[in-house]
Every structure is written in structure tokens, then in C-alpha cells.
Design a protein around this ligand. Structure first.
Ligand SMILES: Cc1cc2nc3c(=O)[nH]c(=O)nc-3n(C[C@H](O)[C@H](O)[C@H](O)COP(=O)(O)OP(=O)(O)OC[C@H]3O[C@@H](n4cnc5c(N)ncnc54)[C@H](O)[C@@H]3O)c2cc1C
Ligand code: FES
Length: 318
């Protein structure tokens, strides 16, 4: 499915930042400027092996960027997307990439506390660089990694407002001293593995919700909510969707075939048509007009107790 405009970009540089993280620079083959983006944005890349995976843009961006820069950590426990980016992509490779989307935008604030865990530094770096380039003070960074060798961009974050903590041999950093006292003049941005994002969510429960901005990278960790019933329109099959399962998993459990790729609400592969009921959209791929009569089944759920869904047919292809 192509629901957002797609670009064919050439890898103009590629190299290792750490033993497990590779950096890729993508440019238009004809040298044209690329669609605009702001810090916090990501693109969805179709890997050579056919996965669709989201990658944050690590540079601050702007109106007409010349290139998109991605950093990909090899995840040997995953389904192969990052491994394909590492093993199959080199200088000269052409990649199909979505236009940038941003569900982690940088909002104005007197001061900021950024918390990055491992490869979660990618969108945070774009934000920190944008703010510091503008001469802003009060841009505090906590960067949590296992070791110096596993820390992309380590040399950039040695300033007075930076704390880089390596857990190897020292244990985890106690975040409470940084989060214990809520401050309406501070916005907190956290990106990293689910355990870190969960910890920050818990430790900031007494903060105003609007001050807390969280982004998780791992697939399959969406916060789920109430149970509901899905009716599969082609045959009227009624499928219970418990709180701990996604609509995608529940439909598959009943033998309904729905494709998927990212399972993180960023690629649109699992899009289904919505014929009746109210949807709580949690994706970052569909436009408002596409949301009127469709949803992605991996992360979005029903707001009503019942939702009638069916196969999505791309009008462009139908
Ligand atoms: C908005 C966004 C931005 C991102 N930016 C970056 C970035 O800048 N750099 C980067 O390296 N990665 C980034 N990611 C993660 C990236 O999209 C891929 O998930 C990552 O490269 C791993 O892909 P994979 O196919 O190798 O593993 P995946 O199959 O995606 O698995 C990733 C991890 O999730 C676990 N997992 C997979 N499926 C499930 C499930 N159903 N239930 C529980 N756990 C599961 C796996 O064990 C694995 O450890 C971003 C993700 C999002 C959503
Ligand atoms: S599988 Fe990518 S949006 Fe659902």
C-alpha cells in the first residue's frame, strides 16, 4: 500500500558509528532537495529484504534538506529489518523511503530535559542540535547506554548540560533525582527501549501530562486498552479483541488473513476498511481523510464496543 508519497533515494554514504550502529546518508539521485521535516520526524524505509521499518532522522532538518541521515542499530532478535539494512545496503543502493512523518514533534518550552536510551538518541540528537544551534540554554540531556564503545555520537555530548551514563559495570542511572520535582517550565522528551520509556512514564506520573513526550522504538509494545468485538464484514465472523491483543493479532487468531510489516503503526500494510463503529487511531501513517473509513489493525482500536471491519482495497489499484 502506498498511502504517503514515496521517494526513491540513493545511499550516498554509509559507515559504522559503533560495532552495531550504521549511519546512512540518503540523497535524491538527481540532486533535488528533499521534502521538509522537523526534529523528531521519521521515514519508513523498505529494506532490500522487503521489510518496512521506521527510522528517525538524526539531523535537525528544515525546509529543503539536501539529505536524510539515518542510524540503524542491528537487532539480531528482530524479524530481519535492521539486519537487512546492515547487510544489504551500501553506497549506491536505491531505497524506497516514505516522506517524513512526525509523531514526536518538538514543542516550545522554556527548558528541556531529553532522555535517550541507546539508539533512541536519533530523534533526540536532532532536537538537541536544533535547540543548541539556536543558542538555547536549559537543554539538558541524559544519554543512557551500555558502554562508551556502544554510544553513537559520544563525542558530541560532553557539554555541561550533558550526562552520559554507561550502565555496564555501574548499573542503571537513578532517574528520580531528575524527575522527582515536577516543573511546568520543562518539557521531557524520552526515546529508547520500552523499559526506559515505561520507567520515565511511571516516574513522571505526577507531572502535567502535556509536559511529557515519549517515543518507543520496539515493535509490538503498544499500550493497549479496552476489549471490544470486531465483526469481519465479508462473512460476519465475530472476533473478540481482548485488552492485551491488537486487532491484527485477534483477527489472525480467528484465521482472518491481514498482512503486516512494521507492527508499529508506521507502514500501513495492515490497513483494514472500517464499515461501522468508532476508531481510536494510534498510527502515524494514515492521513485524516484516510482515517474516515479505514484504520491500521496493529495499533489502532475501537472506541465503541463493536467495530465492523473488512479488507481494505486500495482505490488506486482497484
Ligand atoms: C518512529 C520510530 C522510529 C525509529 N527509529 C529508529 C532509529 O532511528 N534507529 C533504529 O535502529 N531503529 C529505529 N526504530 C526501530 C526500527 O523501526 C526497527 O524496529 C528496528 O530496526 C528493528 O527492526 P527489525 O526488523 O530488525 O526488528 P523488529 O522485528 O522490528 O523487532 C524489534 C524488537 O522488537 C521485538 N518484537 C518484535 N515484534 C514483537 C512483538 N510482536 N511483541 C514483542 N516484541 C516484539 C523484537 O524482539 C526486537 O527486539 C524506530 C521505530 C519507530 C516506530
Ligand atoms: S503493520 Fe505497519 S502499520 Fe500495521
Amino acid at each position: 500500500m502506498r498511502s504517503v508519497s514515496e521517494l526513491r533515494l540513493r545511499v550516498s554514504a554509509a559507515g559504522e558509528l559503533t560495532p552495531t550502529v550504521r549511519r546512512f546518508v540518503l540523497r535524491d539521485p538527481a540532486g533535488s532537495r528533499l521534502p521538509a521535516y522537523e526534529p523528531g520526524a521519521h521515514v519508513v524505509v523498505s529494506t532490500p529484504a522487503g521489510h518496512r521499518r521506521a527510522y528517525s532522522l538524526v539531523e535537525p532538518g528544515g525546509a529543503q534538506p539536501r539529505e536524510y541521515v539515518l542510524c540503524v542499530r542491528r537487532d539480531t532478535d528482530g524479524r530481519g529489518g535492521s539486519v537487512s539494512m546492515h547487510d544489504d545496503v551500501a553506497v549506491g543502493t536505491t531505497l524506497v523511503v516514505s516522506a517524513p512523518a512526525n509523531r514526536f514533534p518538538l514543542a516550545p518550552s522554556p527548558r528541556y530535559l531529553f532522555i535517550a536510551g541507546g539508539i533512541g538518541i536519533t530523534p533526540i540528537r536532532a532536537m538537541v542540535r536544533r535547540l543548541r544551534a539556536a543558542g538555547r540554554a536549559g537543554v539538558r540531556l541524559l544519554y543512557l547506554t551500555r558502554s562508551a564503545a556502544e554510544t553513537p555520537f559520544l563525542e558530541e555530548f560532553a557539554g555541561p548540560e550533558d550526562t552520559v551514563h554507561h550502565s555496564g559495570g555501574r548499573g542503571r542511572l537513578d532517574l528520580w533525582p531528575y524527575l522527582g520535582v515536577p516543573d511546568d517550565d520543562v518539557r521531557i522528551y524520552c526515546c529508547g527501549p520500552p523499559a526506559l520509556v515505561r520507567a520515565v512514564r511511571t516516574l513522571t506520573a505526577h507531572w502535567r501530562l502535556s509536559r511529557i513526550h515519549l517515543e518507543e522504538f520496539a515493535a509490538g509494545h503498544r499500550q493497549l486498552s479496552s476489549p471490544f468485538t470486531a465483526v469481519w464484514a465479508p462473512d460476519g465472523r465475530r472476533v473478540g479483541v481482548p485488552a492485551h491483543l491488537s486487532l491484527l493479532a485477534a483477527l489472525r487468531g480467528e484465521g482472518v488473513r491481514v498482512g503486516s510489516s512494521c507492527e508499529a503503526g508506521v507502514c500501513g500494510t495492515c490497513r483494514v476498511a472500517v464499515l461501522d463503529g468508532e476508531v481510536e487511531h494510534a498510527d502515524s501513517v494514515l492521513t485524516e481523510s484516510e482515517r474516515v473509513a479505514s484504520m491500521v489493525a496493529c495499533v489502532s482500536r475501537a472506541r465503541s464496543t463493536e467495530l465492523v471491519v473488512g479488507p481494505y482495497q486500495d482505490e488506486e489499484l482497484a
